[in-house]
Design a protein around this ligand. Sequence first.
Ligand code: ATP
Ligand code: MG
Length: 429
Amino acid sequence: MSKSLQAIRGMNDILPEQTPLWRYFEGTVARLLDNYGYKQIRMPIVEFTELFKRSIGEVTDIVEKEMYTFDDRNGDSLTLRPEGTAACVRAVLEHGITGGGQVQKLWYIGPMFRHERPQKGRYRQFHQIGLEVFNLDGPDIDAELIIMTWRLWGELGIRDAVKLELNSLGTSESRGRYREALVEYLTAHHDKLDEDSQRRLKSNPLRVLDTKNAETQAVLVDAPKMADYLDDESRAHFEGLKARLDAVGIPYVLNPKLVRGLDYYSKTVFEWVTDKLGAQGTVCAGGRYDGLVEQMGGKPTPGVGFAMGIERLVLMLETLEQIPQEISRQVDVYLCAFGEEAELAGLALAERVRDQLPNLRLQVNAGAGSFKSQFKKADKSGALYALILGDDEMAQQVVGFKPLRGQGEQQSIAWDALAAHLATCVVQG
Ligand code: ATP
Ligand code: MG
């Protein structure tokens, strides 16, 4: 195939054999979010570049080197969204739905775009489910976000494979004081820092904390700790969060180096990490961003949220073999008809059955074919039962009902009784 007809590197097709698992995952999350009282919001995939520069921060990895930015035909600089929080904040401000302290508990799902080096668990188009809560400033809502994800891991059967890491970044004032102390310390050890960290020391010093470089890590052992600079308010908030996690029995580890990549976090930050996916170990990450809405031109509005990476979580379900059996079967019943008359009767019969059993997954054979070939297709479809309409059945106004998996003889069922019969033997989702 010529190159121009291939998908862009790092942007993947999700093939029909993979979509059942995606839909199971997405459906499970959506149901959970509904049950906790979150409402879905849908934002455009493209926004003005300025939005991301202003919210994510100019000196972050995302804005510095990962964005897909282009001029449109009017000469406006647009960017494919690299994350969802910026657009969500833009949307709530634009529509005034957080005004007057209105609480909003929102979630979204969709593709995000970052120009990174593609590898397992890291792509250029990837998918997130994200959630943002506005106008609640207490630790109770931070706890709810974490409790909800904990329940999700339980439902998905991956709870034992993930670990919660927590930190508090304090208010912007206490973070400012900490930043000064950190810069002073790191400047004194400037020559032992790797090149990236030397650069970050000037632009975004807190990010030096999550360096992967061993020598820099050694320097960091004796560096000042954020925990010692926390103001009373942030300290109380963090204690409140931990008390709630303890009450529910959710284990966590404190990670003072957890700073997250984006500029806008304050107080709580957290990540759910796993060692099952190699280097791409973070499956869900988030935190509080009380200053962001104001920074983007709104009234001071507390906010907290997280995003999870769908590819990484789907990979985990596969790796840990937590794929529910029922999602692999997509057909309950397969109808085979032989001859034109039977085909017409079969079509009408199928529609009558669908009227009565709207959740039945009934597939009608298309493309005619011999008894043998239709039967083969019925079997391959994964259906539990085949329905057979041939000359004999037509004469008696019945349909042959044949179990395809396991025991049971073929029976004849009257057309009028078919829906009732199917209702008793097919468990409907
Ligand atoms: P990482 O440290 O792995 O680069 P990040 O801090 O850049 O992650 P966030 O911006 O917090 O990631 O995004 C939230 C989640 O989205 C991540 O925890 C991860 O599960 C997922 N994610 C982020 N970038 C990618 C990517 N390029 N490909 C696949 N999933 C991703
Ligand atoms: Mg990243």
